[in-house]
Design a protein around this ligand. Structure first.
Ligand SMILES: CCCCC/C=C\CCCC/C=C/C(=O)SCCNC(=O)CCNC(=O)[C@H](O)C(C)(C)COP(=O)(O)OP(=O)(O)OC[C@H]1O[C@@H](n2cnc3c(N)ncnc32)[C@H](O)[C@@H]1OP(=O)(O)O
Length: 290
């Protein structure tokens, strides 16, 4: 328990060093239209970057694009998760931002999921901090007031699939090599209940039961048929489609859409208010044999 508390403190300090407020306890309501401070020339584009993620915000449309750029496979390491949360928080605090498109700058992979090297041979404190960061990523993204669109341009197993599932809309590139799903059971581990719930919310109970028990990674057409992704497009149409979908969602009044989203996703507050126990060191070691 002390280790969990220490990890929470460490993660909070990482976030605080970035200048980001942490944690935010209740959803914020943003103005309906992107606004510029009066008297300033509008800067059409703003960008910020770290060594894991690139973010570009088009202030005229209010749409930001977040590109994962962590070779080789955009695995979700503690550093990646921390940078993700910092970037998302920056966008949420930017009054010019209303929507977020998440995609990958790495060819053929959206995200390979949790970084397996973070779950081997580390201290109890590290596991606790890592797990806290995984939860925080999901809480922030699933509970975000922004319109979130996943533009999935590569394979997206396990934690990568969770990121896509946490968005409001998923568009995937049609490619016979790409797969998506929660394959934890294939790895001999159990997808946590909040992974499972997010999956069930997208595909329904029966499809989720089969897919999760078998740890299936679905082809793109199959993912589309079962509702795991909303739309499938050729690679060259992905950005155009993501922008079009975003425009459709942003055409609604923010407050109505945000409150509706918050109502639909209210269960996330259960986790948010009571971070579940971190998997123990021995559990990680048993699972990954390290
Ligand atoms: C109460 C319960 C307690 C349980 C406790 C345990 C765990 C709880 C966590 C449960 C939730 C877990 C969620 C996860 O996300 S687990 C991670 C699952 N991810 C995967 O299974 C993906 C594995 N990777 C792949 O399928 C492929 O790499 C690919 C993403 C499809 C890309 O294929 P390709 O382009 O062919 O690349 P390579 O396979 O050659 O890989 C390149 C290098 O990247 C390394 N790699 C791959 N995935 C990961 C990863 N997730 N973490 C870290 N590193 C990764 C791979 O080893 C290669 O490295 P190398 O070049 O040095 O060999």
């Amino acid at each position: 328990m002390a280790a969990v508390a220490a990890a929470a403190g460490t993660f909070a300090r990482r976030m605080a060093r970035s200048g980001v407020l942490f944690p935010r306890s209740s959803p914020q309501v943003w103005p309906q239209a992107a606004r510029q401070p009066p008297g300033l020339l509008p800067a059409q584009r703003r960008a910020f970057s770290n060594n894991k993620i690139l973010v570009e915000l088009d202030t005229s449309s209010g749409v930001a694009t977040m590109k994962f750029k962590s070779p080789p496979v955009n695995s979700l390491s503690l550093d990646f998760l921390t940078e993700f949360c910092i970037s998302l928080e920056k966008l949420e605090n930017d009054r010019a931002c209303r929507g977020l498109i998440i995609t990958s700058a790495i060819p053929r992979v959206f995200s390979s999921g949790l970084d397996i090297t973070e779950m081997c041979g580390k201290s109890t404190e590290h596991y606790a901090e890592f797990w806290r960061a995984v939860q925080e990523m999901w809480i922030r993204l699933y509970g975000s007031n922004l319109v979130t669109v996943a533009a999935i341009n590569g394979s997206s197993p396990a934690g990568g699939c969770l990121i896509a599932l946490s968005c409001d809309y998923r568009i995937m590139v049609e490619n016979p090599k790409y797969v998506i799903g929660l394959n934890e059971a294939q790895l001999g581990i159990v997808a946590p209940f909040w992974f499972k719930d997010t999956f069930v919310n997208a595909v329904g109970h029966r499809a989720a039961e089969r897919s999760l028990q078998l740890g299936l990674l679905h082809s793109v057409p199959e993912a589309h048929r079962m509702g795991l992704v909303d739309e499938v497009v050729p690679e060259e149409k992905l950005q155009e489609k993501a922008v079009a979908v975003m425009a459709q969602w942003l055409a609604l009044p923010d407050h109505a859409r945000q409150l509706t989203k918050s109502m639909m996703r209210k269960t996330f507050r259960t986790l948010s208010s009571s971070h579940p126990k971190t998997p123990s060191r021995s559990h990680f070691q048993r699972t990954w044999r390290c």
